[in-house]
Write a protein that binds this ligand. Structure first.
Ligand code: NAI
Length: 463
């Protein structure tokens, strides 16, 4: 029988399994869900397409979904983020996975397409950045004649997705429309993907319920912040081995990822400056002790530049032309369009090692570019540690259970999980790090107007 997976080397499975065993000890939320629901198998009958960085932590997520009864097929949501030993372990365990670190853009969309190919069709999506959702919805619009196949794409990304849609339409006419109808819902991992979902809803184009996992407090206020605090400097160090202490680092954006990134660089001894467009976040950065300035003022003098905005064209060609020799440039936001990489294509590139390039500017100054502008903590290092991903992924599993078990209670809108589940996710992570929680007395609970068992905060509370 032909193998139903594409991984770099299936012989890496044993190594992957050993690291998976370690990760499980750091992912108490996921392990608790296996304990609670492993027997009743609430996800039985679900066929989940996952499009999320194929790392060791994601492997623990996949095996949790399977333990709860789901059928799963997986692709990575980024061409550089796969950990090949994690993918091998998942494939060896019998779950179809299509992911190789360093795959091409064409392969990215081909692998995503393959992850939809359940014999009976997919019925749920677990997305990170929205590519799986986009693939089905855009394909269905093309099939219906509501969107054209772009004949002259404006980016390599666009070219790749339209080429894949064309291929699937030729191979199985009507597939996109049928798949869109069969999908019961999507749970979305990250800020950028959530932004896409709200846009779809606003335009009346969201055909199924969506759960915004990113805005669970136990996701964005932990993974985006404390995760980046650990993984940003890890990525820069593995890529460059540069001395961080004393260097001037500019962090563009001071949202959750920016806060974690600035803390990461400051913790390593760098002198950190921040750029922002939002006065509230700018004020926060200043009061956290960072100089808030503009890229125009810093381009010529800083040593390290990191984008964290989820916005496009943040570091532009005019900034890069001004940078001093051997400046380091990288992005930790979801997509690579934060840095104008396309404008560097006609410069001289020298590859130093995987995901590290040196680019010569017209002035003769060289720039070190990390992961071709794709998220560097997953491209140059191994992403966030297991413990914080356990909180994110516990939310993901709870979201998938909601969409599968209670689909009728949701409209075609974007939802956030209820606060009692958010608090449950946090609670599941306390023991592992020895946290002792104080107990609220009944009189105290009445006094502040909450129940002894929570939720402890109103919806508008911001943490
Ligand atoms: P956020 O919305 O909390 O923060 C983004 C900040 O950038 C905002 O404060 C905004 O005002 C600012 N900003 C926007 N345009 C700007 C500009 N031109 N110059 C300076 N600042 C600007 O979003 P969050 O949660 O911090 O996520 C940021 C990005 O990181 C998203 O693409 C998200 O998907 C991604 N992400 C990446 C992770 C990783 O592991 N690499 C983990 C979590 C999120």
């Amino acid at each position: 029988m032909a193998t139903d997976y594409i991984v770099k080397d299936i012989n890496l499975a044993e190594f992957g399994r050993k690291e998976l065993d370690i990760a499980e000890t750091e992912m108490p939320g996921l392990m608790a869900l296996r304990e609670e629901y492993g027997e009743s198998k609430p996800l039985k009958g679900s066929r989940i397409v996952g499009s999320l960085h194929m790392t060791i932590q994601t492997a623990v997520l996949i095996e949790t979904l399977v333990a709860l009864g789901a059928d799963v097929r997986w692709a990575s949501c980024n061409i550089f983020s796969t950990q090949d030993h994690a993918a091998a372990a998942i494939a060896a365990g019998g779950t179809p996975v299509f992911a190789i670190k360093g795959q091409s853009l064409e392969e990215h969309w081909d692998y995503l397409d393959r992850s939809f190919m359940f014999p009976e069709g997919a019925n749920l999506i677990l997305d990170d950045g929205g590519d799986a959702t986009l693939y089905v919805l855009l394909g269905a619009r093309v099939e219906a004649g509501e969107a054209g196949l772009i004949e002259t794409p404006t980016s390599e990304e666009e070219e790749a997705v339209f080429a894949q849609i064309k291929k699937r339409m030729a191979a199985s006419p009507g597939w996109f429309t049928k798949t869109r109808e069969a999908i019961q819902g999507v749970s979305e991992e990250t800020t950028t993907g959530v932004h896409r979902l709200y846009e779809l809803h606003k335009n009346g184009q969201l055909p199924f319920p969506a759960i915004n996992v990113n805005d669970s407090v136990t996701k964005s206020k932990f993974d985006n912040k404390y995760g980046c605090k650990e993984s940003l400097v890890d990525g820069i160090r593995r890529a460059t081995d540069t001395m961080m202490a004393g260097k001037v680092a500019v962090v563009c954006g001071y949202g959750d990822v920016g806060k974690g990134s600035a803390a990461s660089l400051a913790g390593a001894g760098a002198r950190v400056k921040v750029t922002e467009i939002d006065p509230i976040c700018a004020l926060q950065a200043a009061m956290d002790g960072f100089e808030v300035t503009t890229l125009e003022d810093e381009a010529a003098t800083a040593d390290i530049f990191i984008t964290t905005t989820g916005n496009k064209d943040v570091i532009r060609i005019e900034h890069m032309r001004e940078m001093k020799d051997m400046a380091i440039v990288g992005n930790i936001g979801h997509f690579d369009n934060e840095i104008q990489i396309a404008n560097l294509k006609n410069h001289k590139w020298t590859n130093i090692k995987e995901q590290v390039d040196m680019i010569e500017m017209p002035s003769g100054n060289r720039m070190i570019l990390l992961s071709e502008g794709r998220l560097l903590n997953l491209g140059n290092a191994t992403g966030h540690p297991s413990f914080v991903m356990s909180a994110s992924f516990t939310n993901q599993v709870l979201a998938q259970m909601e969409l599968w078990l209670r689909a009728d209670e949701y409209n075609n809108e974007v939802y956030i999980l209820p606060k009692h589940l958010d608090e449950k996710v946090a609670r599941l992570h306390l023991d592992r790090i020895g946290v002792k929680l104080s107990k609220l007395a009944k009189e105290q609970a009445d006094y502040i107007g909450v129940s002894v068992d929570g939720p402890y905060k109103p919806e508008h509370y911001r943490y």
